[in-house]
Design a protein around this ligand. Sequence first.
Ligand SMILES: *Cc1c(COP(=O)(O)O)cnc(C)c1O
Length: 393
Amino acid sequence: MTVQRGWNFLQTPGPTNIPNRVLNAMHTPAVEFAGPEFQAFCTSLFTDLTTLFKTDGRVFIYAANGHGAWEAALTNSLSPGDKVLIPETGRFGLSWGDMGRTLQIEPEILPNDWRSAIDPADVEARLSADTNHEIKAVLLVHTDTATGITCDVAAVRAAMDAANHPALLMVDTIASLMTTDFRMDEWGVDVTVAAGQKGIMLPPGLAFCAVNEKALEVHKTSTMPRGYWDWTYRMNEEVFYMAFCGTAPEQLLFGLRAAIDMLWEEGFDNVFARHARLSSAVRAGIDTWAEAGALELFARNVDERSNAVTAILVDPAYDPVHVRNICRENFNLALGNGLGKVAKETFRIGHMGDLNEPMVFGTLASVEAGLKLAGVPYKSGGVEAAIEVLTAS
Ligand SMILES: *Cc1c(COP(=O)(O)O)cnc(C)c1O
């Protein structure tokens, strides 16, 4: 193996770059986790987490990755045999449904072209036709990481209300939270699913469910078998141990404290604006390369392109895996692979979390060099295009 010097550029759409402040906060010996100090620390952490979701509801923390939060949301609020509706956003919506199937839930996919956001009118039409209210939940992915498209959650809630349908709205914000605005209560989301290793800048290992009153009511009658994930178990106020169903992931929680403090200090709106700026610079670079005809932004519509990740469609004459391998081996740059039905035709640049302008410049320059070595036709000047965007007032 060749010796690598300098930074590894981790521009994957999760895990993301971890700030030194978060790493340092985690570099702490274990503490007595039933002791009063740690309990007080956790109590404020649970409260402060609600600000990320913009909810007055309750947040549950799991020592898990995003898949754990998916399972927690399904097992706590559904029963075997329940139908759920999944607007097709990309690979992640489908995978959430696949997990449902293993839990004896019946997912129905509302088909959609992956290159544009789902149409809330389709959701309204389908729910209006469900006069017996057999559909118990709508599972929606806010930003599908396979496509780089962000959908309009509030519009989906409006569509559900227009259909006068009682289904729960469950939203996967694993890729979107803290890269773009998300307003759980205002948008009428009943269950929000999230994980730490993307916009929240943590190492992998923490997952979250934010839950409102309506979902907690439905939870009471849900008969899905569950143990570790159980919300009721975790709400036991008497026994602190139960909040984590066992030993708390202490160091990750210390990291989370630092991450929340950093996000607060920057201000959420500034965090979202930074992501919007940096992602538009990435897209400007790709649009420039695309002029040679071999590449294209996967997300067709400008206002649906995500702040978190960009998928790039590559002419079938060229292999995106080859581009990624060259970038990794020559430039110590990690990019995201293609996923699902576009696995062979796309690669992805992650731009979420702890990211600044020089990181965008370095990434674009390295990808451009990778395209050159891979023999993929591109119009040069991607970095210049990004400089234009990031120096515009
Ligand atoms: C990353 C991601 C997941 C999966 O999270 P893991 O931590 O890998 O289990 C699910 N949904 C979306 C939208 C994601 O971006």
